[in-house]
Design a protein around this ligand. Structure first.
Ligand SMILES: C[S@@+](CC[C@H](N)C(=O)[O-])C[C@H]1O[C@@H](n2cnc3c(N)ncnc32)[C@H](O)[C@@H]1O
Ligand code: SF4
Length: 260
């Protein structure tokens, strides 16, 4: 955590001054899917209980919490999700949610209170189901339709990996008739910092991911429904080129022995 954030947090905690906080809350790591490239679908050992959740939310609210993004695991699978969303919207806190879409229709009364629902869409049916499991594409599309019909803003999130790097244009072909933009992001080795998990089998290598994001930029320029802002695309471009420059300068054992 950046020191200035820690200081501002401490000031807000002491009640000296409220700060506009955007809270991303991983409600649970429990999930109803087990996508190949994801390592956040095993329940946490000590998930917060109901009272702890509301105590924590109240504390953030008092500190100046301005908006909340619920993530997971699968947030709609959490046993207190209805109450949590209700608690937040009663306090006029806009709530966004990442979901795989499976429970959207069943949880429509809660979903209709959201300011934004972000549904994962990794491709047309074959590519999506290859990573996310048979039937999950139909659920994602059905979830998007149900949320849109309930008047909720929908956005798709597409994680780019080996399963779909060839099909990014097709993701837009699915999303556009549903009236929802697609935000693209490259698959990471792990969703946890410092993890020793090796997720490289699902990632595309540096050159291929740069080429994929260049295609995304081209699609955006052509007016297709790419939800990434230009700043986020520029960020990807600079981060990915930094990674490549670093790799290019990583000393090899032979260069080290030559003193290079
Ligand atoms: C962890 S999921 C939680 C919300 C919900 N279960 C879903 O699938 O949208 C949130 C987002 O993280 C993405 N994700 C999962 N594993 C990832 C990885 N290794 N690298 C980058 N994104 C990943 C998913 O594709 C999804 O869009
Ligand atoms: S990406 Fe989402 S739906 Fe898939 S396993 Fe991870 S948490 Fe579950």
């Amino acid at each position: 955590m950046h020191p200035s954030i820690a200081v501002r947090g401490a000031i807000a905690r002491l009640g000296l001054r409220r700060y506009p906080l955007g809270l991303t809350y991983e409600l649970t790591w429990l999930c109803n899917l087990a996508c190949s490239y994801c390592d956040r679908h095993v329940p946490m050992r000590h998930e917060l209980g109901r009272d702890q959740i509301f105590a924590a939310l109240a504390e953030f609210y008092d500190m100046g919490m301005r908006d909340v993004s619920l993530d997971g695991g699968e947030p709609l699978a959490h046993r207190h999700v209805d109450e949590i969303v209700e608690w937040l919207v009663c306090r006029r806190i806009p709530v966004a949610m990442n979901t795989n879409g499976i429970l959207v229709r069943r949880k429509l009364e809660t979903v209709r209170k959201l300011a934004l629902v972000k549904i994962s869409l990794d491709g047309p049916r074959a590519e999506h189901d290859a990573a996310r499991g048979a039937g999950s594409f139909d659920h994602a599309v059905d979830g998007a339709r149900a949320a849109r019909a309930a008047g909720v803003r929908v956005e798709f999130t597409c994680t780019i990996g080996r399963h779909n790097v060839h099909a990014l244009e097709d993701v837009l072909d699915v999303a556009e008739p549903l009236g929802a933009p697609v935000v693209f992001q490259p698959a990471l080795n792990s969703l946890f910092q410092g993890s020793d998990r090796d997720g490289s089998a699902w990632q595309v290598d540096g050159a291929a991911v740069r080429a994929a994001l260049a295609r995304v930029e081209t699609m955006k320029r052509r007016g297709r429904s790419v939800g990434n802002g230009w700043s986020s695309l520029r960020h990807f471009r600079s981060v990915l080129s930094t990674v490549v420059v670093r790799l290019a300068h990583t000393p090899t054992p032979s260069s080290m022995s030559r003193g290079v």
